[in-house]
Write a protein that binds this ligand. Structure first.
Ligand code: AMP
Ligand code: MG
Length: 416
């Protein structure tokens, strides 16, 4: 007799998974290795930025008062007493009637209270310049602390480190950064039909595509994937492999063998391991057989062998878990609203996650499905930039209806 499983909602399944999250330890990494990692400390400015008043232009540091009466036909003449570049300090202070030639980024010399840009000063020979309009005190000065004053909270822990955060951390001298450890995520593919990626096709066999897809998904979620092999559909050897895998990983992902077929051994393996099954059926298509079990403090994600179902199961459940273990504040896929540009008459009691593509229209974003909408399809995964969420239940959807869309890619690729 086939075991009957009770489906839970996607929402409920995600909640159950996220309740299992335990934060990983913090570690120190070099700033250059910190990209994409999740910050585990708050960054606060420990000095003013900029740390001194400086010139935003190449020009002349002057006393504004001297230029009060300057006119086009009655310029004011100043004596240039010194030149300083960025990184240099003036050795003299600016007195009335004087100017210091100053380059962008150099500190405003003592006595000066304005900067005249090079193109507004006229060389008059013999170290003299003419100014043909008045300047006010404070003109063209980049003030100490105008970017950020000391003691300003800037970046909170739980953010993903990106080029902008790198710039801020370097500004404040973080040669090392505290980040969360990346979980080690083991990947096991099951199925006697599976060939290695470099093997030629044989009758009845297919290449193991899921393991490589998951490897890439794990990296995208910030985890450290390790390939733990392909297993034949054999209970004893599979049980042993899963047991050994659990000794090496924080999280274990398997694909295939989680359904109710004669050679689907994962449910029996969970039982023999004494793992607690959180759920083994979710009200979604594809991926309704997605199973999550807990063994001690480790989660085992049993994803379907069907490539599209495997993909969706990972994105909905495993990815947020892996991200949240690192303390990431945004573990979920970004959801946007878009307008359906095809009819969707097919009814289904389960929520459907349809591989889709977004495209801009004059009215905003529209979304259409890509490729065959079947759980065993692999090729459409290459074209999908999003997953449309078609709610289960009563009616189909028509072109023009709004739908929720989960974003899979960050880049949108439009040239301004
Ligand atoms: P299963 O979940 O084991 O019942 O597998 C469902 C379908 O997915 C079958 O057609 C399998 O051949 C296929 N499949 C299972 N594992 C993989 C894999 N690693 N890569 C590609 N297809 C797979
Ligand atoms: Mg199988």
């Amino acid at each position: 007799m086939v075991e009957s499983r009770r489906p839970i909602t996607v929402h409920n399944a995600v909640e159950q998974v996220m309740q299992q999250v335990t934060l990983l330890d913090t570690e120190q990494v070099k700033l250059t290795d910190a990209d994409g990692r999740i910050l585990a400390e708050d960054i606060t400015s420990d000095h003013d930025v900029p740390p001194f008043n400086r010139s935003p232009y190449d020009g002349f540091a002057i006393q504004a008062e001297d230029t009060k009466a300057a006119k086009k036909h009655a310029p004011v003449r100043l004596t240039v007493i010194e030149t300083i570049g960025a990184g240099q300090m003036a050795s003299q202070s600016v007195q009335t009637g004087q100017a210091i030639r100053i380059m962008t980024g150099a500190p405003i010399p003592e006595g000066a209270d304005a900067v005249v840009m090079l193109e507004m000063a006229y060389e008059a020979g013999d170290g003299l310049i003419d100014i043909k309009r008045p300047f006010n005190a404070g003109d063209n000065i980049s003030w100490q602390g105008e970017d950020t004053p000391e003691d300003t909270p800037l970046i909170s822990s739980g953010q993903k480190i990106h080029p902008g955060t790198q710039a801020v951390m370097a500004t404040f001298g973080y040669a090392q950064v505290s980040v969360k450890r990346q979980p080690i995520v083991g990947i096991i593919a099951t199925g006697t039909e599976l060939l290695e990626v470099d093997e030629p096709l044989e009758p009845g066999k297919i290449r193991n595509s899921n393991a490589y897809m998951i490897y890439s998904q794990v990296k995208k979620a910030g985890g450290r994937p390790i390939m733990l092999g392909q297993l034949q559909d054999d209970f004893q050897s599979s049980h042993r492999a899963v047991q050994q895998a659990l000794e090496r990983v924080d999280v274990l992902i398997t694909t295939g063998g989680v359904s109710v077929g004669d050679f689907d051994f994962l449910p029996a393996i969970y039982e023999k391991l004494g793992a607690e099954v959180l759920f083994n059926k979710v009200g979604m298509r594809p991926g309704s057989v997605t199973t999550v079990a807990r063994s001690g403090d480790q989660l085992l994600f049993g994803l379907s062998g069907n490539p599209s179902a495997c993909f969706v199961g990972f994105e909905l459940f495993a990815a947020p878990y892996i991200k949240a273990m690192q303390g990431y504040q945004y573990p979920y896929l970004q959801t946007i609203r878009a307008v359906l540009d095809t009819d969707f008459p097919k009814l289904n009691p389960f929520t459907r996650f349809v591989r889709s593509q977004l495209h801009p229209t004059r009215e905003g974003l529209a979304v259409r499905s890509v490729g065959l909408d079947k759980s065993n399809v692999v090729t459409s995964l290459a074209f999908a930039d999003s997953l449309m969420v078609i709610p289960g239940g009563a009616r189909g959807l028509q072109s023009g209806d709004p739908v929720d869309v989960l974003m899979l890619k960050e880049e949108s690729g439009t040239f301004l």
